[in-house]
Design a protein around this ligand. Structure first.
Ligand SMILES: [Zn+2]
Length: 127
């Protein structure tokens, strides 16, 4: 399969990013690299048309930071983090909401998915 197979794959902006309560992305059938959102071409080995998959709802917070710059729909301050999704899932960048602001690198988190019009569409919460 050559790179022409990637031409028939929907654009990243056209692919769904969640499956109700799970993040949807892709996993390469050749090297097993995971991506969120789904990719038309594997970022690791270049294989065209990786398979679309859903990932576990849980992961580990790798790092995080507090943002003080406003963006539409997100009052400041808010926290952004990088999460390693369980079961060899992708690294996902997203908002981390913690009711008591108690966050630590390595803590277990769970994805939450809002309505299609909600900003942000998904976020993570400590378990
Ligand atoms: Zn690959």
């Amino acid at each position: 399969m050559g790179l022409n197979a990637a031409l028939n794959v929907p654009l990243t902006s056209e692919r769904h990013r969640d499956d109700g309560h799970l993040l949807a992305g892709s996993r390469c059938p050749h090297c097993h690299a995971a991506s969120f959102p789904a990719r038309a071409v594997c970022h690791r080995c270049g294989t065209a048309a990786p398979a679309e998959v859903t990932f576990p709802a849980t992961g580990r917070l790798i790092t995080y930071t507090t943002v003080h710059v406003e963006r539409p729909g997100m009052p400041v301050p808010y926290t952004l983090g990088q999460i390693a999704i369980d079961d060899d899932g992708p690294l996902v960048f997203g908002q981390v909401k913690s009711p008591d602001s108690r966050l630590a690198a390595g803590m277990a988190v769970r994805v939450a998915i809002g309505s299609p019009s909600q900003v942000p569409r998904y976020w993570f919460e400590p378990i």
